[in-house]
Write a protein that binds this ligand. Structure first.
Ligand SMILES: C[S@@+](CC[C@H](N)C(=O)[O-])C[C@H]1O[C@@H](n2cnc3c(N)ncnc32)[C@H](O)[C@@H]1O
Length: 351
């Protein structure tokens, strides 16, 4: 297909996802007003000027995503990668599950887990219904619904935001011999690992996460297509079960806003330890307050609406200082749409 047609198809695909996400949220919002109304004072309309900035940022993200594919950072087919079977199977479940999400939110139930689920051995900060989702990160169904819920939240831009780690990762990996080892910390359902495998098939991939059900889902996703299976380990990112300097590159997507401040630092320290000298650590997470002051009211609202207990602290946290205190240097910071990226180097130590 000529490039202009492929680009048009990609833009249309993204616009379709945006329209779907927007329509879903509007309809569910209206239904909620009838079924489970929230306090009239707790809702605020977004000003038109903020909506215009959001739209512009989203268009820029789509363009960057396209340009990186054209530049060969990843195959163009990745732009159209979408878990359609999950969408058809689980979208009705997302809708049916929504009233219980509203109830949990209304009743301020933040540690609500099914009696069948063992919560033993997990750190307290983790035992939360993040996003008010049913069974937090521990349920089987939660793992099936998660990607769809994130795509709806970000109007189809979650994968384009995740893909922004691929250009700096490729720049680093392309110069290395053999099969460089890459670790995804808090890999969740495996979407980032799948992208890295498609973009950089010459890497040896590893993923860790605390959730057994999300790792099972990751295994299911990564087994669907040919390619070497990443090694997945269920572990706490505060104590990674790897030797010092084991990985040429370490990445982490959408983790740090869900950690208390001290744990945030402990995980960064661990990422420093397992990254090789001369290696790179790449973080993708939420934007922060100073990045776009116009989004500040939205960021104020986000932790309450989606139960994100550590987000408020994260939103003003100096992540560069944390990376430097762990030992990283040359920290490069950028923003794409609602995300922020830190690319940090572990300098080569010559003996
Ligand atoms: C918002 S999700 C992000 C998942 C995935 N990286 C993505 O791009 O969608 C946060 C993930 O972090 C994991 N997590 C949270 N705290 C963790 C910890 N201390 N150690 C390992 N994983 C953790 C959760 O189980 C969940 O899968």
């Amino acid at each position: 297909m000529p490039d202009t047609l492929t680009k048009l198809a990609y833009q249309t695909f993204q616009q379709g996802k945006q329209a779907f996400g927007y329509t879903h949220k509007t309809l569910m919002g209206r239904l909620r007003e009838v079924v489970s109304p929230v306090n009239p004072g707790s809702k605020s309309e977004m000003p038109a000027s903020t909506l215009a900035i959001l739209k512009q940022r989203l268009d820029e993200l789509t363009e960057t995503d396209w340009q990186d594919a054209v530049a060969g950072v990843y195959p163009k087919s990745l732009l159209f990668d979408n878990p359609w079977d999950d969408f058809l199977k689980y979208y009705p479940v997302v809708v049916l599950d929504t009233p219980s999400v509203w109830d949990r939110s209304k009743n301020k139930q933040y540690q609500d887990f099914d009696t069948d689920i063992s919560t033993e051995g997990y750190p307290d900060y983790y035992l939360q219904n993040f996003h008010h989702q049913t069974d937090g990160y521990l349920g089987e169904m939660s793992a099936h619904l998660y990607d769809l819920q994130v795509e709806l939240l970000f109007n189809g831009s979650a994968d384009p935001m995740r893909r922004r780690i691929l250009a700096p990762l490729k720049r680093h990996i392309d110069n290395l011999p053999g099969m460089p080892k890459v670790l995804d910390v808090a890999c969740g359902t495996g979407r980032t690992l799948k992208m890295i495998r498609d973009a950089l098939p010459q890497t040896s991939l590893h993923g860790v996460d605390l959730s057994p059900t999300y790792l099972r889902k990751a295994n299911e996703l990564l087994s669907k297509e040919p390619g070497t299976l990443p090694q997945l380990i269920r572990t706490n990112a505060e104590a990674l079960p790897y030797l010092d300097g084991y990985f040429e590159a370490t990445v982490s997507v959408f983790l740090f806003h869900e950690l208390p401040a001290d744990v945030r630092q402990a995980v960064i320290n661990e990422c420093y330890r397992v990254t090789k000298s001369g290696g790179v650590f790449i973080i993708c997470d939420s934007i922060q307050k100073l990045d776009t002051p116009e989004f500040e009211p939205m960021m104020e609202n986000f932790p309450n609406v989606f139960h994100e207990p550590y987000y408020r602290h994260y939103s003003t946290d100096d992540m560069t200082a944390r990376l430097e205190s762990a030992g990283f240097s040359h920290v490069d910071v950028s923003n794409h749409f609602m995300s922020k990226y830190w690319v940090a180097k572990k300098v080569l130590i010559d003996y």
